[in-house]
Design a binder for this molecule. Structure first.
Ligand code: FUB
Length: 348
């Protein structure tokens, strides 16, 4: 993830202004930051016991200079937030997991996700280990708000960032994960870690690097099978290519199911779109369907999609409160679909 570039940020802000509503059209109500006492990002939203719980990153000013690998995203803990309804009060439940309690962690607690099974809540989190390699860890609690107790080691076979755990209607759970550039996914393309690969493979005409998926074990603590590629194909059945920056996977995977179809959504990173692809299987292959959200202000674009009381919502972030790319604030808005299930384009 991440290339530091203030010009890009300004350009995105200008695009956002110039693509506003046409004269005579009523603009939809502008979503407000959900949390204003902390900087929050990468919101993974879930409904547990009829309530919305949000598991975001907790952005801080750590005074780490910006670099192309996102070193300035130097987060150290997570807070969990809840809402009784979509326009209701947002409750901050305090620190749910602190990096100090993760025995193997080095630095940078990035985008988390959560899941529930058999009376236990699971918090999945990416963090660099003491060798500065991103791994994915898991922590457990009897409460959706924590505090969460981390397992002593990362999930065996895990790497890179942005875990998103989806539980299907048959009760099976899958983890989708990965992110290129600062998220290090490219470093694993041979199966062995290669620290020299900083951004991607620089192979524009070859199939793009893509997210990974694995079914979770019954205890939700390990992968139950070898990790597979989340294949994203164009409408002609050809894989998206490495040079196709407007469409290829970059980071921030999410999965939801709507009327029997699996929707895999993600960020295109350096082109700042949210895009989606669909399949009849949680493993794919997925067929690329299009962009569903134009760039927000800020470099990163990260979201989750959840159903609550019969409507669908997208949780996402921008940098309205700070104007700084590493100090973000989460927001929510309704996600609308067309009659054929396609997602309507959002212009933030
Ligand atoms: O918050 C740190 C990183 O920024 C996340 O892991 C990425 O998805 C991007 O939002």
């Amino acid at each position: 993830m991440f290339l530091s570039n203030k010009l890009t940020l300004t350009a995105i802000a200008l695009i956002a202004i110039s693509t506003g509503p046409l004269l005579g059209q009523k603009a939809p109500a502008k979503p407000k930051p959900l949390v204003t006492n902390l900087y929050t990002a990468d919101p993974s939203a879930h409904v547990f016991n009829g309530k919305i719980y949000i598991y975001p990153s907790h952005d801080i000013e750590a005074n780490v200079p910006e670099d192309d690998e996102g070193g300035h995203f130097n987060m150290r803990d997570y807070h969990v937030f809840s809402m009784d309804n979509i326009n209701g009060k947002v409750t901050d439940h305090g620190v749910a997991l602190d990096i100090k309690t993760i025995p193997w962690a080095g630095r940078q607690l990035w985008a988390p996700d959560a899941a529930y099974k058999n009376g236990t809540y699971y918090l999945y989190f990416p963090v660099k280990d003491k060798q500065d390699v991103f791994r994915i860890g898991v922590a457990t609690s009897k409460s959706p708000t924590g505090p969460f107790k981390p397992q002593p080691k990362p999930i065996p076979g895990s790497y890179s960032i942005d875990p998103a755990v989806f539980t299907d209607t048959d009760g099976k759970s899958y983890m989708y994960f990965g992110g290129i550039w600062g998220g290090q996914l490219q470093r694993w393309h041979t199966g062995k870690y290669d620290a020299s690969l900083k951004t991607d493979l620089k192979k524009d005409k070859e199939p793009a690097l893509t997210a990974k998926v694995a079914r979770m074990s019954n205890d939700m603590l390990t992968f139950d099978e070898p990790v597979r590629d989340v294949k994203i194909l164009d409408k002609n059945g050809k894989p998206l290519l490495g040079g196709d920056h407007d469409r290829r996977f970059f980071e921030g995977a999410w999965m939801h199911k709507y009327k029997g179809t699996y929707y895999f959504s993600y960020s295109t990173g350096d082109t700042h779109y949210l895009a989606y692809a669909t399949s009849k299987s949680p493993y794919g292959p997925f067929t690329y369907q299009g962009t569903f959200m134009k760039p927000v202000t800020g470099w990163t674009t990260h979201h989750s999609i959840v159903e609550f009381n019969g409507k669908w919502y997208i949780f996402y972030h921008d940098v309205e409160l700070s104007g700084k790319t590493h100090l973000r604030n989460i927001k929510v808005r309704e996600l609308k679909r067309n009659a054929d299930g396609s997602i309507q384009l959002i212009t933030p």
